[in-house]
Design a binder for this molecule. Structure first.
Ligand code: UFG
Length: 337
């Protein structure tokens, strides 16, 4: 099998390339380095002893995209990660987000359609559920009005894929990630946030290592057991493994519908303070944090019902919250060297 991985040098993309190559699948990476480092290519090669083919161009550039598919019409599938993902930035630059995240997808699907390439795995997000009325959230839960242009691109991308699949011979799977955290056990790849991290885990590890002075815990007046917000954190390696299963499912025609959607989480919710406690436990350190007001746009609590993914994909997240914080810390320490 030969798979195109767009955004393959990014956080989730790079871990997925490793798992694909470890499963004997050939990988071609397209990544324009807009939020990734070229050194990740070496790290992937070091982990797997295989250097994946790599192309640097912007998938939103239709001509460049067409040219790539002209030269690579023998792909067995595509896993599409390449997208902008900063919620706040998307609020300030909505057109940049719509253009980048949706044009790249449409360019890819155009080429799949005209060249008879049928298998697409798309990286979607639990952000499409907003604050669900019922927890845990199943794939049938209604999608809510998006909180940000970023969230809206995920929702719209799902619709673009669904509608195109219904009108063509394409097949696809959208994977709705909950909160991916952690790093590869080798500590050679992990999350590399640009500037000040928005997300909890890199902020924790950067605070512990001294890059940030203090973690702000956003809100302790939520309707949860300790008042802080709850998320379903999932180890990035567990997430990456689900992509290998998903693309094989399409390739081997095991899918039950032409367009399928799966929640990828652990099914367990942890509060912000529980993540902090886990970090302190596994690192045997005290984290400098303070409680501040809520962050605008944050939801109170969400965690996944993973029954459908467990049953249909035969996949289950294996790593717990302590594994996640420990691997994120190991990666942070490796970065410092
Ligand atoms: N948090 C803090 N302090 C921080 C950072 C985060 O207390 O410095 C809290 C947040 O308020 C939230 C939890 O930690 O309660 C998790 O926050 P993250 O930013 O790590 O993750 P989010 O759940 O906010 O974001 C995720 C994805 C986004 C997606 C969003 C949709 O990372 O891509 O869900 O809600 F858009």
């Amino acid at each position: 099998m030969k798979i195109l991985v767009t955004g393959g040098l990014g956080y989730i993309g790079s871990h997925t390339v490793v798992e694909l190559q470890n499963s004997g699948i050939d990988v071609i990476i397209v990544d324009n380095l807009s939020n990734s480092e070229i050194s990740v290519l070496n790290s992937i090669t070091n982990i797997t002893s295989i250097e994946p083919e790599y192309h640097n161009f912007d998938l939103a550039d239709k001509e460049a995209c067409n040219l790539f598919f002209n030269n690579n019409s023998d792909l067995d599938g595509i896993i599409h990660f390449a997208a902008y993902k900063a919620v706040g930035e998307s609020v300030n630059n909505p057109l940049m987000y719509y253009r980048n995240n949706l044009e790249s997808l449409m360019n890819i699907m155009d080429n799949m359609n005209t060249r008879g390439l049928s298998n697409l795995v798309f990286s979607s997000s639990c952000t499409v559920y907003g604050q669900p009325d019922v927890l845990p959230v199943t794939e049938d839960s209604p999608r809510k009005e998006a909180e940000s242009p970023y969230g809206n691109t995920k929702k719209m991308a799902e619709d673009i894929i669904r509608d195109t699949i219904y009108a063509t011979d394409l097949k696809g799977i959208a994977l709705r990630y909950f909160n991916p955290v952690g790093a590869h056990p080798t500590a050679l790849i992990g999350e590399l946030p640009l500037g000040v991290p928005n997300n909890l885990m890199p902020f924790i590890t950067q605070t512990a290592v001294g890059i940030r002075e203090q973690l702000s815990v956003f809100g302790d007046d939520y309707n949860t057991h300790d008042g802080t917000a709850i998320r379903d954190y999932i180890h990035v390696v567990d997430l990456a493994k689900a992509h290998v299963i998903a693309i094989k499912r399409l390739f081997e025609n095991k899918n039950k519908r032409d367009f399928e959607i799966f929640n990828l989480g652990t099914g367990n919710g942890y509060s912000v303070l529980e993540v902090v406690k886990s970090f302190e436990r596994v690192t045997n350190t005290k984290l400098n944090y303070k409680i501040v007001g809520r962050r605008e746009g944050d939801i109170e609590k969400v965690w996944a019902n993973t029954d459908f993914a467990n049953k249909e994909l035969g996949w289950k997240a294996e790593q717990d919250i302590d594994d996640m914080t420990a691997s994120a810390w190991k990666f942070q320490l490796a970065l410092k060297k």
